[in-house]
Design a protein around this ligand. Structure first.
Ligand SMILES: [Fe+2]
Length: 517
């Protein structure tokens, strides 16, 4: 025996084992133990992460008896697996809910690859497609991204994902997911479908069950299998509107950090992210940067873990509120949405430059949104409007670094929004464009046309503001322009729903903001 069972169990998740021991005899599963599908993520010029989870029953997932499972994976240069380039064994450990996160390396830049997992005897996973990024600094002519957020299971079916990965005649480079992958709470009324457990998750096992339910969805699985994902979180992976160690309900700090640790842990287990992002208790570093040759880079932001509590909360509560000018605390320069360390990391990256397009994967709306029609102003404090000094620092850092073509991609709002980000410190000149993709499924308050018309008039830097539709953003970049297609589906209650483009907006290289008056 070349490796003892004890060695395998203590070697950590997804350890590639060249010569596995005989100690791990896999059981026979009655059904496909890869029922949550496969995923890839974190593309680099020479590889990516591939992910799966071994599970006997995804809908009512009972923890498997304390066994480790011995898997094999294959990475091929063709979808038929005639040219297998990498193969090795990995161990799925019970302490990781039998998930594996394999870092595949040594591949060619800018190429498509296919991967799958095998569980002897006889079980084979679905096939996923991944794609490496271009070599550092290499010229890239085109990049195609899908941007999604907010996929409440009870909001309906994932037709927006079906639309997002439709055949388009061009390789999809990556899917960027901006948070609210699961929802911790259930909705009222009679939604198109229901969480299988209605209580908010508290323990690690609770969160694992919630992720398994979402991942059991076939359309979400196809979206993961279609391209590498880049994932950040927002609040609902843990608790609505939380900020650092403060829950919306002002839960005891120690209890909330225990819940946050369970939530972060289950997030890490189920996302195709690197082993290094594995949380240490209630802490995990998930802000990171991905480059696509010389064409683009994406700074992926964490807007929850390090943020200052929202200013001027409602009495006896944490979280968001709508405030007017009497909330002086909103202007406190000590408030930060990213936290000081992440701000420094971000601005250092701005100064390093190196790509024509500078994309921000940003969880909450950056553009100011004055809700008060007519004289006076009202701001919602959970978005960047709660942190205007931090937003001013961000704009100043963009200008000081002469950041090349910044474009902010945003989740959270459950509305399609296209905005010019105007910098008051620079005569209200546009410093960047922002596109908020609506939600994949999550609901939004029903408003009539007059409501939106009034808000658009009140906020003339918004080019579009519409929460009627579920969908995603399809973003394509070339050297000269970025085009954002605001995609919408007809009916979130229909898995096979039709889809179309609501509007398209263009940003031209060298000209901050959205093209056209
Ligand atoms: Fe959301």
């Amino acid at each position: 025996m070349s490796l003892s069972r004890r060695h395998l169990l203590t070697a950590g998740a997804a350890v590639a084992v060249a010569a596995p021991g005989r100690g791990l005899a896999n059981p026979r599963f009655d059904r496909n133990p890869f029922g949550l599908g496969v995923a890839s993520g974190e593309p680099t010029p020479d590889g990516f992460v591939i992910w799966t989870r071994v599970l006997a029953d995804p809908v009512t997932p009972a923890p498997l008896a304390g066994d480790a499972f011995r898997l094999a994976y294959q990475v091929a240069g063709d979808p038929g697996f005639r040219r297998i380039l990498r193969r090795a064994e990995v161990v799925a450990l019970p302490q990781d809910a039998h998930t594996v996160h394999v870092e595949v390396s040594g591949l060619q830049p800018g190429c498509d690859y296919w991967y799958r997992f095998l569980l002897p005897p006889g079980h084979v996973s679905a096939i996923g497609r991944a794609r490496t990024t271009a070599a550092p600094g290499a010229p890239v002519e085109r990049l195609d991204l899908v941007v999604g957020s907010c996929q409440h299971y009870e909001g309906g079916y994932y037709g927006a994902w079906r639309d997002a990965i439709r055949e388009r005649g061009r390789p999809l480079d990556a899917v960027v997911f901006l948070g609210d992958y699961i929802y911790e709470s259930s909705v009222g009324g009679t939604p198109p479908r229901r969480h299988n457990v209605l209580d908010n998750p508290v323990t690690l096992d609770d969160f694992r069950r919630r992720y398994a339910l979402y991942r059991a969805d076939p359309d979400l699985q196809r979206a993961h299998a279609a391209a590498p994902w880049l994932v950040i979180w927002d609040d609902h992976e843990v608790d609505n509107d939380y900020a650092d160690a403060q829950s919306q309900g002002l839960m005891d700090r120690t209890a909330f950090l225990a819940l946050r640790a369970a939530a972060y842990r289950a997030w890490w287990e189920h996302m195709p992210v690197r082993p290094a992002l594995r949380p240490q208790g209630p802490r995990a570093t998930i802000h990171r940067r991905v480059r696509f040759g010389d064409l683009a880079r994406i700074d992926l932001l964490d807007g929850r873990q390090h943020r200052s509590p929202q200013p001027c909360p409602r009495p006896g509560r944490g979280g968001s509120s709508i405030v007017g000018p009497d909330c002086a605390a909103r202007l406190d320069p000590a408030l930060s949405l990213l936290g000081q360390a992440q701000e420094s990391w971000l601005y250092d990256g701005f100064r390093a430059g190196g790509a024509r397009w500078s994309l921000l994967a940003n969880p909450v709306l950056m553009a100011p949104l004055d809700f008060q029609i007519g004289p006076g102003e009202q701001w919602r404090t959970d978005q960047w409007d709660g942190y205007p000094a931090a937003r001013a620092r961000l704009y100043a850092a963009m200008r000081a670094a002469r950041l090349s073509n910044p474009v902010v991609l945003t989740g959270d709002f459950h509305a399609h929004i296209a905005a010019d980000l105007l910098d008051p410190a620079a005569g209200n000149a546009p410093v960047a464009a922002e596109f908020a993709g609506t939600s994949i499924t999550s609901g939004a308050p029903q408003r009539d046309d007059a409501w939106f018309a009034a808000r658009l008039a009140e906020n003339p830097h918004l080019r579009l503001f519409n929460n009627r539709h579920r969908g995603h953003l399809a973003v394509s970049l070339t050297r000269d322009r970025l085009v954002a297609d605001l995609r919408i589906i007809e009916d979130v209650g229909d898995r096979l729903t039709a889809a179309r483009t609501l509007r398209s907006f263009t940003v031209e290289s060298g000209r901050p903001g959205i093209v056209g008056a």
